[in-house]
Design a protein around this ligand. Structure first.
Ligand code: TXA
Ligand code: MG
Length: 342
């Protein structure tokens, strides 16, 4: 598989034009967005999109998000845009929000993975929009990690996963948010949150009124249940270490940590400042009361645990309020739904 000579492109007009050419020609380019790096291909070219699944090792039944650079491009991708959807777009686009609607005939099956809906996002990062403009077509892009690994939030992590598998990585610096977009479907009777992100349930309710939270958001789907968002059913975002979320206060956490025999390869994933108290090697991911920073740092922290040789990780449980719901949702998948309460 690792046979391509992957170019490292930079955030210059010349390199953005080069990325556009590669994408128009049916190639793959990893691109920065305000959430995480995406692995992009021409969304209207089924053969190009098929290469994304191969490069990532992504299950075929997991559909992709289509990225646009102007609101007017949305129309051609969906059957119709209901007033509710337009109101949502007007409030939070461009930004970290993905809206699912019934798809139009121009969406290849490779993008929607056999579903009759399509997920669309209008990113706020200027570089992303310039790349879409340079390509001249909407871009299908999942996160640019190998399937199952944490999503990359900088060009280096992207290159680590994708070198040899794709034509180019465009370095646009660190991602602003660091967790993937909020995914909401308006294809059913009641709007439903499928994946939490920086646009919170409260934000959605302000525009939509009632919003259901899919049961896969905060827990594990029951055996045999059909996932509304196929991506949510996989163990995901995982470091190599075995992660356990610990619901407790700091004191109980420290008492548990004291009793651990193997302190060489057992780590704590904790909040800033707690590394002074917890009797384990620690990787921090933001202050306890700062969900936005936690979302920004979580995936980098998970990769760092691998780099430091962690085999077992006990994670302090984040707040699930506001953006915290996205942090908890990702950490829960990194932990393979492994949660203990002290
Ligand atoms: O922030 C993001 O959304 C990033 C950047 C690159 O834009 N992209 C991203 O893509 O996270 P991906 O493929 O890693 O996650 C897309 C999620 C998956 O859970 C997938 O199952 C779901 O959205 N999804 C996509 N299309 C869908 C559809 N038509 N119906 C239900 N779920 C869908
Ligand atoms: Mg992903």
């Amino acid at each position: 598989m690792n046979t391509l000579n992957t170019l490292l492109l930079h955030n210059t007009d010349q390199d953005i034009a080069r990325a556009g050419e590669i994408l128009r020609g049916g190639g793959l380019v990893a691109i920065p967005t305000e959430t995480v790096y995406g692995l992009a291909a021409n969304a209207l070219d089924g053969q190009a999109v098929a290469k994304i699944f191969k490069a990532k090792g992504r299950p075929q039944d997991n559909p992709l998000i289509v990225h646009i650079s102007e609101l007017s491009q949305w129309n051609a991708l969906v059957r119709e845009i209901p007033p509710q959807a337009m109101a949502l777009a007007k409030s939070y686009w461009p930004g970290p929000l993905t809206i699912i609607l019934p798809k139009s005939g121009i969406i290849p099956d490779e993008v929607s993975a056999g579903l009759d809906t399509v997920a669309v996002r209008f990113p706020s990062m200027r570089t992303t929009r310039k790349i879409i403009d340079a390509a001249g077509v909407p871009l299908a892009a999942p996160s640019a990690n190998l399937s199952g690994s944490p999503s990359p939030t900088c060009a280096k992590h992207t290159m680590n996963d994708m070198a040899g598998r794709i034509e180019a990585v465009l370095d646009g610096g660190d991602c602003n948010f660091g967790v993937e977009s909020t995914v909401v479907t308006l294809a059913g009777a009641v709007p439903r949150l499928l994946r939490p992100g920086a646009v919170t349930p409260e934000d959605l309710r302000e525009v939509l009124g009632e919003v259901e939270i899919d049961e896969a958001v905060m827990g594990k789907l029951k055996e045999g249940a059909k996932a509304a968002s196929p991506g949510m059913k996989y163990k995901h975002y995982s470091p190599k270490a075995e992660v356990t979320i610990v619901k407790s206060d700091l004191e109980a956490f420290c008492k548990m940590a004291e009793k651990i025999d193997n302190k060489e390869t057992t780590f704590a994933l904790c909040f800033d400042g707690e590394e002074r108290t917890i009797p384990l090697k620690c990787v921090t991911y933001g202050r306890e009361d700062d969900s936005l920073t936690q979302s920004h740092r979580l995936f980098t922290a998970l990769r760092e645990l691998d780099e430091q040789g962690a085999e077992k990780v006990y994670a302090r449980c984040p707040s699930t309020d506001g953006v915290g719901m996205a942090v908890y949702n990702r950490l829960l998948r990194a932990a393979g739904f492994n949660v203990i309460e002290l």
